[in-house]
Ligand binder design. Structure first.
Ligand code: PGA
Length: 257
């Protein structure tokens, strides 16, 4: 069987960094550093804080930038009494194309569980955007031999009720929690092995076609010095990049691996 063709997706998760003025400067620098041909081979998304989205939407539109606008989180209801929350419907109105769901920081700091993450995945799809469903184990879970099981559970729960056709166009980010923001990247062998576990789980829950189509990102201390090795792995189709996406030179170098 021919090797499936999946366009790599490199996503910058800015977390709570860059206000809207800094975000404008950052995206302008980033676009300036990337050759236009790069977008033929790699999809690039940025996921700034909510307050930056409107300014970046306008800039991307006016300057016809090829960067995809992403968000870091959303609420699963379209509207209602949810103080402080932002709905998938609102994000769609801002031309957001990809929304991260179930990042480990949301799960650990804000108490999101698998059921909430699944509802968000469904809401993001309902509004015709692409979820980036995150999964990954803690160091303790890895050392206790429970990494595969944790990831299998998070993936199966996150995809509950999603049609196989929708699963095929979704993105999953495997991010070992011990590698996030620590400077410790998983070895490419470990990252590949876990991304294979993710793909096998997708096959079990949504079938072979969905497993072939879905894009799987690795995340956790990805930088320009380790991206090429990770991207050479057969089951790694991109990266979810935190710290290294905050600087235009470094993020451009990651994207140009
Ligand atoms: P990091 O973050 O690249 O800073 O480790 C990745 C993430 O949390 O998505």
């Amino acid at each position: 069987m021919a090797t499936p063709k999946r366009t790599p997706l490199i996503s910058g998760n800015w977390k709570m960094h860059h206000d809207h003025l800094e975000a404008i400067r950052m995206i302008q620098k980033l676009v300036f550093r990337l050759p236009v041909e790069i977008y033929k081979t790699v999809d690039v998304s940025i996921h700034p804080p909510f307050t930056d989205l409107r300014a970046l939407q306008t800039l991307i539109d006016v300057d016809q930038m090829s960067i995809l606008l992403g968000a870091q989180h959303c609420h699963f209801e379209d509207k209602g009494a949810y103080t402080g929350e932002v709905s998938a419907a609102f994000l769609k109105k801002l031309n957001v194309s990809l929304v991260i769901a179930g990042h480990s920081e949301r799960r650990e700091i804000f108490g999101e569980d698998d059921d909430m993450v699944n509802k968000k995945v469904l809401a993001i799809l309902k509004h015709e955007m692409t979820p980036i469903l995150c999964c990954g184990e803690t160091l303790h879970e890895r050392e206790a031999g429970g990494a595969d099981e944790k990831v299998q559970r998070q993936v199966a729960a996150g995809l509950a009720g999603v049609s196989p056709a929708d699963v095929a166009r979704l993105v999953i980010a495997y991010e070992p929690i011990w590698a996030i923001g620590t400077g410790k990247t998983a070895t490419s062998e470990d990252a590949q092995a876990m991304c294979r576990v993710v793909r096998d789980t997708v096959k079990d829950v949504a079938g072979a076609e969905a497993a072939t189509g879905i894009r799987i990102q690795y995340g956790g201390s990805v930088k320009s010095s380790n991206i090429a090795e990770l991207m050479a792995c057969p089951d790694i189709d991109g990266a979810l990049v935190g710290g290294a996406s905050l600087d235009a030179d470094e993020f451009a170098a990651v994207i140009s691996y």
